[in-house]
Design a protein around this ligand. Structure first.
Ligand code: CTP
Length: 412
């Protein structure tokens, strides 16, 4: 799929720049033409000569070079590729991109391009978490910037956290996805709920649960990768927003329901959130005090059921509505009942008993109960793999129902 494609690789100044040499090698092995553009800071980390040898092409590094202008101007350079890849994307270059600056060849080309851009951020963890960088990324993502990584781990600067550039293999997958463009879910709208909810008791305390949001986030990312225009409505988690997905951050079940309503219509909705079932009837406006009178008694009332409300949304009901059933015993039997009582089409039953390690963990074992109440048990696999398999299954189902309805149109 990469064979015959043209990439413009922009290498900015960061220690991770050495990894891009490996990336170039892998891209070349797959028959991809790579042209490299090295920023002044990037040249402190890798030499033009190594990039030139690996790309088997000229390396571009200066804005005002007469020879370059006669061979290829910066505008043409920015448009001649199928995809622009910025790796490593430093905090500085991302800031320039967000502000629309064009004071060197890299920023000029990024401003002038009409092609998709994929960035692999790499920087110190504090720089990554700085509100300025967060705001820049939000702006850039809203304008369509694709991102891969960064990963969490030990950093060259001795700190630990998110900020390490994604590995060449991960960047390669992101490049393939970006070049694939229209996937089997292109033109479809997807809605996913994820994470826990927080139900406030008073301004500082809340009811919540241990959901990590991993499964829901992975599903949203997988649907996005297949081309669906995806909205992820998420409760508080420690996860990065997945690339290529619109994320709405909420806290309570009521806010989740409202955000989901706003995101309709949708061809498919997957409710993976672990919505807290109860909230206090009267949320205290001021912090509850001990006052020596013993613990307060909290009167609880039910939160809205997001999945069941989507099922009853009339002509706005998502075409394919999928829920999860978190059970600790009689998993399939309880899940079957839950599918019927909530009115969804499929339910993915998962064992969340403490010994399963599912809740908050990396893996999941799923039993898919479909619209005819048939059970399909999947082997235990990573939440990532569950997401891929579910997204592929959704694509297949939407595709075949579209084919059936167009066959029906033909017969009418
Ligand atoms: N769900 C929801 N809103 C709620 C409760 C649950 O949208 N207020 C959704 C979940 O996202 C999931 C499905 O309903 O897709 C089932 O959630 P689960 O926690 O298994 O079931 P509950 O409805 O909470 O029932 P119980 O706790 O009695 O098993």
């Amino acid at each position: 799929m990469l064979a015959g494609k043209k990439l413009l690789l922009i290498v900015a100044g960061g220690i991770a720049a050495y990894k891009t040499l490996e990336l170039v090698r892998r891209l070349r092995e797959r028959g991809c033409a790579v042209r490299a553009l090295l920023t002044e800071a990037g040249a402190q980390f890798v030499t033009p000569l190594s990039l030139q040898a690996l790309t088997e092409d000229k390396v571009y590094d200066r804005l005002f070079s007469l020879t370059d202008e006669s061979e290829m101007g910066h505008i043409q350079l920015s448009r001649d590729a199928d995809l622009l890849v910025v790796a490593p994307a430093t905090a500085d270059l991302l800031a320039k991109m967000a502000a629309g600056l064009a004071d060197d060849l890299a920023s000029t080309v990024l401003l002038a391009t009409d092609k998709p851009v994929l960035a692999a951020p790499a920087m110190n963890v504090r720089m990554w978490r700085h509100p300025a960088t967060r705001a820049n990324l939000e702006t850039l993502r809203a304008r369509g910037l694709l991102t891969v990584g960064p990963n969490e781990g030990d950093m060259a600067c001795g700190e630990y956290g998110p900020g390490r550039m994604a590995e060449p293999a991960e960047i390669l997958v992101a490049i393939e996805t970006a070049l694939r463009g229209a996937g089997p879910l292109a033109g479809r709208r997807a809605l996913v709920t994820s994470g826990p909810t927080y139900e406030a008791i008073d301004p500082v305390r809340y009811l919540a649960n241990r959901s990590s949001g991993r499964q829901g986030h992975a599903i949203a990312a997988a649907l996005g990768r297949l081309g669906a225009e995806t909205t992820l409505v998420s409760g508080p988690t420690r996860l990065e927003d997945p690339a290529g997905v619109r994320v709405v951050h909420i806290e309570s079940a009521e806010q989740m329901l409202e955000a989901c309503r706003q995101a309709l219509p949708a061809d498919v909705a997957v409710c993976a959130a672990a919505v807290v079932d109860w909230k206090v009837k009267a949320q205290a406006e001021q912090k509850l005090k001990k006052n020596g009178g013993g613990p307060p008694s909290l009167e609880l009332t039910e939160t809205p059921d997001v999945l069941a409300s989507l099922a009853r949304a009339g002509n706005l009901r998502p075409g394919l509505l999928i829920g999860f059933a978190a059970e600790t015993q009689d998993v399939v039997a309880y899940a079957r009942r839950k599918r019927e009582s909530k009115g969804c089409d499929w339910i993915l039953a998962n064992d969340v008993s403490p010994e399963s390690g599912t809740f908050g963990g990396e893996e999941n074992s799923i039993h898919l109960i479909d619209a005819r109440s048939q059970v399909e048990s999947w082997p235990r696999m990573s939440k990532q793999a569950v997401a891929e398999r579910l997204a592929a299954r959704i694509a297949e189902t939407l595709q075949s129902s579209a084919e059936q309805s167009s066959a029906g149109d033909g017969a009418a």
